[in-house]
Design a protein around this ligand. Sequence first.
Ligand SMILES: *Cc1c(COP(=O)(O)O)cnc(C)c1O
Length: 399
Amino acid sequence: MDTRIYVDHGATTPTDPRVVEAMLPFFTEQFGNASSIHQFGQDARAAVDRSREVIASALGASPAEIVFTSGATEADNFAVLGAAWANEARGRHLIASPVEHHAVLEPLRFLQSRGFDVTYLPVDRDGRVDPDDVRAAIRPDTVLISVMHANNEIGTLEPVAEIGRLAREGGILMHTDATQSVGLLPVHVDALSVDLLSMSAHKRYGPKGVGALYVRKGSNVARIQHGGSHERNRRAGTENVPAIVGFGVAIRIAMECMHEEAVRLRRLRDRLIQGLVRLDGAHLNGHPVERLPGNVNLSFEGADSESILLALDFQGVAASSGSACTSGSLEPSHVLSAIGLPPEIAAGTIRLTLGRWNTDEDVDQLLTVVPEVIENLRAASAGRPRRAVPQRAAQRSGR
Ligand SMILES: *Cc1c(COP(=O)(O)O)cnc(C)c1O
């Protein structure tokens, strides 16, 4: 029996067996190209359109406004670059939060290198944008505002609806990356006043490598992938039919159990936060209430992320750091820097993200294992030279 505990649902989720089941025939009997005129093609086309309807209805959108992509990274690139290229004659200024995913920040940086101007908004200690700062940043040449719906690291929910209204008043395109929230919290494109919205299947128990960009009817957005006339000429490339089918089923299941799942995850999350935040030198990152149901992000003074994660993995607990890890050296993540967390505290940050199959027993286990690991690491670093953890890492990689 697998006694390991997976609490890294912010990175990816296991594919729901019902999703896998629904996908299988589309690899074999129903393998058609959705652009083909014959029956094989028409069957594939019908399946793609069913998924498109499910996803559109989950967002309060119409099916023609959904463009399938290879995931949220492509959807984010599409939104940022597509809005910039299409509106270049009108203006070359964009506004974004500094806590966006790299899939938004990197295209913005690319645009900056080509002469576009980007205003990065301030955020408070919880990582929230103040709509007043958005209002102050808007200029006559602003063409896009991009603020995520829920932060993937610290779980904070952003006031997207208020920002969306400001964008609308200014006639500016509004994009939100809702990858972490679609299917878990209500996400309605009209309630949020957004023109562009990114999502991904594998964060909601669907397959990897498929996602979508919602593009409001009439929005001026250029395509970034050129070729055939797929997806109403907005995204070239043969549709990944099995993945799109899986995406649709994953979203349908998520919508059916959304409320129940959110309530259950909030309860597990709050048990975990309450049990861990009382440890010496522990800090909760992100908003205490306005946060993703399954997200726990904590910093522990006097312990470093990588050592904590290796020790947890050794105990069968799969978690992640709140930091971008580059070849073993831990730089504080851009999110933790943006919320003003001192680097020495950011260095001991871990993210535990709960999901559909985590239980109260998992939380009990985490409430035993995490404090032990932190205590051992602190004792090790206080008592003797820091050798225990690298040795353990070497031992692991030798297996
Ligand atoms: C995971 C994630 C992405 C990237 O999605 P992929 O489908 O893996 O490319 C983008 N934004 C957020 C907020 C995410 O959590």
